[in-house]
Design a protein around this ligand. Sequence first.
Ligand SMILES: Cc1cc2nc3c(=O)[nH]c(=O)nc-3n(C[C@H](O)[C@H](O)[C@H](O)COP(=O)(O)O)c2cc1C
Length: 174
Amino acid sequence: MNVIDAISARYSVRAYDSTPVPKSVLDKMLLSARLAPSAMNYQPWHFIIVTDNDKRVKMSKARYAGFLKEAPVVIVGCGDTKRAPKWHVVDVTIALQNMVMTATAEGLGTCWIGSFDEKLIRDMLKIPERWAIVALLAVGYPRKKFDLAGLIARSKSRKDMSSIVSHNEFGGAK
Ligand SMILES: Cc1cc2nc3c(=O)[nH]c(=O)nc-3n(C[C@H](O)[C@H](O)[C@H](O)COP(=O)(O)O)c2cc1C
């Protein structure tokens, strides 16, 4: 799958089947995160792979995150606030998105999760204060049965190009 095909194929998957994520795919995802660019090459990231059922159920209690209990893997992206106070969020985000694209190319579904209880996750996963919890990713095979939310997501509602791009100055026409 080439890059634009993978970008077009990706959508937020909110219904998963219970098939485990193969270790070979998870390894590729982590490799693609490790190869991400970062400011000053500080690589201020740490990824916690959560497969434990009880932990995923606890994370799924957050609003808009109910499907975390069925996603076989949840990846918690953490950023080093001391090493990269300005850029850790950007750096971790790029690395997570590399994982998303690799997962897509491998036929897996993902969903970014910004809806989480930071204290619950910090305590449960023993994340030191120095590390910010940037975002979570749900990962797994999309559930085959009818998924209305997935259907809507695949329709790709996006702003018009003309409203998001300008030339030579903000609002400038071509
Ligand atoms: C930083 C971030 C946080 C998000 N948080 C959630 C979330 O908590 N729950 C959820 O269901 N979707 C979440 N999403 C998914 C967005 O709703 C989704 O990307 C957007 O609606 C566009 O749909 P698409 O991903 O299917 O193209 C998040 C996306 C991003 C980038």
